[in-house]
Design a protein. Structure first.
Length: 201
């Protein structure tokens, strides 16, 4: 598979290319707060909110301590991660897997997402211990929506079908929870708003 060029600063949601922006020291501080720990192996920020806060990072296929790390795109934003967890708990992944078994066209698209993920990671570092292995269950299962959504946000719409679905569903939950409009795939949750769950009735 031929990968598109690295494009710095281009609108990721419009372009199915690998797009990275260097992680600044300020980004790393934000990411550490999001995760509640010092981030490991961050190569770049691969998806940002419209307000520029990091949402997803691109990680080294081998962490600084030598551990192989198959998850190339890692969701760091705590609010986004929370609603994706809500989706996972709802049982949606079982429905996705059932559709994957029944829909040959969907299976082909999901296989292509797996292939793209592998090609992108191998272009960074071909780590023998994780050769042929991606993440999130690709290409035959749906095991982690965080992985699939991170992939979708990092490379654009139309690459990972289940990732695209997860982002769309997460956007709806975030919009409802934070009373924020959806702009460029996701609402911004990093401004002063009161989540609907905390509003006194």
């Amino acid at each position: 598979m031929v990968l598109g060029p690295l494009v710095v600063g281009q609108e990721r949601w419009r372009c199915p290319l690998i797009v990275i922006t260097p992680a600044t020291s300020a980004d790393l501080e934000i990411i550490a707060t999001q995760l509640g720990r010092v981030p490991r192996g961050v190569r770049a920020v691969s998806a940002r909110c419209t307000c520029s806060v990091p949402l997803v990072v691109e990680t080294e296929p081998r962490l600084p301590d030598g551990t192989p790390f198959p998850t190339l795109y890692y969701v760091t934003d705590d609010k986004l991660s929370s609603v994706i967890g809500t989706l996972e708990a709802s049982g949606v992944m079982r429905d996705m897997e059932e559709r994957l078994r029944q829909d040959a066209t969907l299976a082909v698209a999901y296989q292509a997402a797996h292939d793209q993920y592998l090609a992108a990671r191998t272009a960074i570092d071909d780590v023998a211990e994780i050769s042929g292995v991606t993440a999130g269950g690709m290409p035959n299962r749906v095991k982690c929506l965080h992985v699939l959504a991170g992939h979708s946000l990092s490379v654009g719409v139309g690459v990972n079908p289940f990732g695209d679905e997860a982002v769309e569903a997460a956007a709806s939950l975030l919009a409802e929870r934070f009373a924020a409009p959806i702009v460029e795939r996701l609402p911004c949750t990093h401004v002063d708003r009161n989540p609907t769950a905390s509003v006194d009735q």
